[in-house]
Design a protein around this ligand. Structure first.
Ligand code: HSE
Length: 396
């Protein structure tokens, strides 16, 4: 069975490497010989053992009847969506590490795959090397999942870890993460939280069966986190993590958000450092389940792509329980049904304004549980007297 790889960047080259270096174990897991058939890239790579496989025209792959599985690692919506759609319509399996594609077009592509009895798989799109997607739709499909909270971006976790442990400044930590191949081509997708937002959108859509679009999820990155926040949090037994969260409310709607959060040192999420990711899944039958591993980087991500290739090779038909419907997932407009405590830092003594609070440092407080509307009112009151320097929810 021949495989085509679209894109020969960090992940695509890792996929080609694994297919060649581990050909016999991959083939034996798949139950048939798996062979790298073609690599699509506009650039030329002359010094590789598989340089003869490169093509620059997608139709060569689409029209080759021997290529039955296509693995995409180009990123971005187009041309990835057009390639995926035409491949599935031709009866080819399509696997991808492209979270933007899955978050925006997942329902559409899953439905085309179902109609043509082939598979659209995306294990590598969330959590890199963590076996997450398959665990959610297969092993935990009877668990009754009520909430997911994850550290889903390796770059920002790496940056925050360096700021905490070594007092490294933000810019040099980001540049290290870029050099290590963790960051997106445009790192603003990491530091502004969009990458984590796309990932929680995928997890939420998968777990609760309807599309939750990234633009329905309030998203804030780590760019406003200061060393004062870090040291105050640390002094009271918290770390700061970029958390992507989604929770099913009693009316079936989904409350989701991406933001920095204070995580108590006794939470398993607080020990997730460097490029590691973790997802805490809360379910009424299982209680908390923690999935942990490397969420970014060439080989962890490529290994997840190859696991999807093997899954496609083993599965004759469309996998029925990996599916969600298009149409609004109904992000909770009733955001006020959720109350959280907040870490607040102000430019002045605000103890008389912030009622029922714990003072944790000079002009630094932790509120009692309040809703987002109550937080807005509090912010307004604070701005009448001075500046609000930080407001970060606590994850409990
Ligand atoms: N830029 C992403 C991260 C890559 O840092 O987690 C993996 O999706």
């Amino acid at each position: 069975m021949k495989i085509a790889v679209l894109g020969h960047g960090t992940v695509g080259s890792g996929v080609a490497e694994i297919l060649l270096d581990k050909k016999s174990s991959v083939s034996s897991s798949a139950g048939k010989e798996i062979e790298l058939g073609a690599v699509l890239d506009i650039k030329k790579f002359d010094n590789l053992s598989y340089s003869d496989k490169f093509v620059s025209d997608f139709s060569k792959i689409l029209d080759d009847p021997e290529i039955e599985i296509i693995a995409e690692a180009m990123g971005g919506i187009e041309p990835a969506f057009t390639y995926a759609k035409s491949a599935l319509e031709r009866g080819k399996n399509f696997v991808t590490s492209n979270k933007e594609l899955v978050a925006e077009k997942g329902a559409k592509l899953l439905s085309i795959a179902r109609a043509h009895n082939v598979n659209f798989l995306f294990e590598a799109s969330v959590g890199g090397g963590i076996p997450l997607i398959r665990t959610l739709y297969s092993s935990l499909n009877a668990a009754g999942i009520s909430e997911i909270a994850g550290i889903l971006n390796g770059t920002t976790n790496y940056i925050l870890t360096k700021m905490f442990r070594f007092g490294t400044d933000y810019e040099s930590a980001l540049s290290d993460a870029q050099n290590l191949g963790y960051a997106e081509r445009d790192p603003s997708a990491d530091v502004l939280g969009w990458d984590a937002c796309r990932k929680i959108s995928i997890l939420s859509s998968l777990v609760w069966g309807k599309t939750l679009r990234p633009d329905e999820i309030p998203t804030e990155g780590i760019v406003n986190i200061t060393s004062d926040d870090v040291s105050l949090a640390e002094s009271c037994g918290f770390s700061i993590k970029l958390l992507a969260r989604a929770k099913q409310l009693s009316d079936g709607k989904i409350f989701a958000k991406v933001s920095p959060a204070l995580v108590k040192n006794d939470s398993p999420l607080s020990t997730v450092n460097d490029v590691f990711n973790a997802v805490l899944v809360r379910a009424d039958t299982t209680g908390d389940v923690l999935l942990y591993g490397k969420g970014a980087g060439k080989l962890p991500t490529a290994s997840a792509v190859v696991s999807d290739i093997i899954e496609c090779a083993k599965t004759e038909n469309n996998i029925k329980n990996l599916f969600w419907e298009d149409g609004a997932q109904s992000s909770a407009s009733e955001r006020d049904s959720v109350s959280e405590r907040y870490f607040i830092r102000t430019s002045f003594d605000a103890s008389s304004i912030i009622k029922d609070t714990e003072t944790i440092g000079t002009n630094a407080y932790i509120t009692s549980p309040i809703t987002e509307s109550e937080l807005s009112v509090l912010k307004e009151k604070i701005s009448e007297h001075g500046s609000l320097l930080s407001n970060i929810p606590l994850f409990e």
